[in-house]
Design a protein around this ligand. Structure first.
Ligand code: DQA
Length: 147
């Protein structure tokens, strides 16, 4: 079966407890289920992974790079400074869509800059959990057009 890798980074395991005005009310498990369901409509299996550790995210990207067709990633705060994650994404040679639940462009200045975005085909922000659904569609369209 075709596969998509869903990666969530720092502090996203606390969704449901974090500020709902920025991040919505769903837990990470809810979001993973929602995204899994959306991917299954296109006959794609979703592999979900979360870690608060940058190196673990990189290890997971590397270990799934050969067996997946695309990546959806919300790196959390790593977005704003992890060049290592940028390189890891680039090195997979897979299409990646970056998602942010909150409106990163309309919050603190430091959040508006994403260093990982340059390794992604699109960044979706400010749409809460809907952003993950949209990311599945963007990825599917990209993969279809690439065939
Ligand atoms: C986030 C935005 C980041 O700035 C923040 O550090 C997060 C979550 C989002 O989904 O809106 O942890 O990536």
């Amino acid at each position: 079966m075709n596969k998509i890798l869903l990666i969530n980074g720092a502090n996203l395991n606390w969704l449901g407890l974090r500020d709902p005005n920025h991040y919505g009310n769903l837990s990470l498990k809810d979001i993973e289920e929602l995204t899994t369901e959306e991917a299954s409509k296109f006959n794609y299996e979703l592999i979900a992974y979360q870690s608060n550790h940058e190196g673990c995210l990189i290890d997971t990207l590397q270990s799934h790079a050969k067996s997946c067709d695309g990546i959806i990633i919300n790196p959390g705060a790593f977005t704003h400074y992890s060049y290592a994650l940028h390189d890891a994404l680039l090195d997979t040679c897979l299409p990646a869509v970056e998602v942010h639940l909150s409106a990163i462009k309309q919050r603190e200045e430091w959040r508006s800059k994403s260093v990982t975005a340059a390794a992604c085909i699109k960044v979706i922000w400010g749409k809460k959990e809907q952003g993950y659904i949209e990311a599945v569609h963007v990825l599917m369209e990209h993969i279809q057009n690439d065939k």
